[in-house]
Write a protein that binds this ligand. Structure first.
Ligand code: ZN
Length: 269
């Protein structure tokens, strides 16, 4: 049974090259025995599957990151390299694995209005809705990225009647998150930098307890600026949750583990 959980991490990132096994071993030693590794595009999706074959603690989530979803529209001179690939073929690949029971979740996916402009929104939404369809068909949770388009993403999810939703690193207002947690039963995973990020601290303080999960988004969002983040750091977030809500560490750990079980199901515990 899972103890500490990291529901959103990128162990396929180049920052972990050659060190994945050591990073996972450190997490497991710290009690983190459910690490949901999220893919973004064909290369990382396949690496996630390979990692899950090697490590029982790794729970595979395959997705198409909203920027990668519009790779054919990315202008030259974009601030970072975006691989060109056939998005529809990747959706077919994800669907086959989802229906075969090989995936813990569909994601990372969603909508981004920060890095790309409105001309990409129709294609972003088409890919997002296709992945929502896969998650619904396979009865899997969706791991959602939204930047600036939180309300639009929620409209789409609500229109499809999706309940198994986890918003990762939610950047919208806490009042919105609380409302959606109460109204739709959606979950929110809080990153490991919550002690130094007021908005995430506020979410830990104000969200319904049964809708809180923990994540790292490693290698990003470290608890200490400038460091490389890793899954073992979710332990600190659970300790902070315990402090803020007047719980023992054991009770907070049990609570988040139960929330994980509720969203991902016993097969992935
Ligand atoms: Zn991510």
């Amino acid at each position: 049974m899972a103890r500490f959980v990291d529901v959103h991490t990128h162990l396929t990132h180049a920052a972990f090259a050659g060190e994945q096994d050591a990073v996972i071993a450190r997490a497991v030693a710290a009690g983190v025995d459910a690490i949901v590794v999220n893919g973004l595009e064909p290369r990382s999706n396949r690496e996630v599957l390979a990692l899950a074959e090697r490590h029982a603690a790794v729970k595979p989530a395959l997705g198409i990151y909203p920027i990668d979803a519009v790779n054919e529209l990315i202008p030259t001179g974009f601030p970072y390299p975006v691989p060109r690939f056939d998005v529809d073929a990747e959706i077919v690949f994800i669907r086959e694995l989802a229906l075969a029971g090989r995936l813990a979740a569909v994601g990372e996916c969603g909508l981004d209005g920060h890095w790309v402009d409105a001309s990409t929104f129709p294609l972003q939404e088409r890919v997002f809705e296709a992945l929502i369809g896969v998650a619904l068909e396979a009865d899997l949770p969706l791991v959602i990225h939204t930047r600036k388009l939180e309300v639009r993403a929620a409209e789409i999810l609500a229109a499809h009647g999706v309940q198994k939703v986890n918003f990762h690193c939610f950047g919208g207002r806490t009042s919105l998150a609380r409302d959606w947690a109460e109204r739709h039963g959606w979950w929110f995973s809080i990153p490991a930098n919550a002690r130094v990020n007021q908005a995430f601290g506020k979410m830990l303080r104000e969200l319904p307890l049964e809708r809180i999960l923990t994540e790292t988004d490693a290698p990003y969002m470290p608890p200490t600026r400038g460091e490389r983040n890793e899954p073992a750091n979710v332990v600190g977030t659970v300790a902070f949750l315990a402090e803020l809500r007047g719980l023992t560490l054991d009770a907070a750990q049990e609570l988040v583990a139960a929330n994980y079980r509720a969203l991902f199901g016993p097969r992935w515990c």
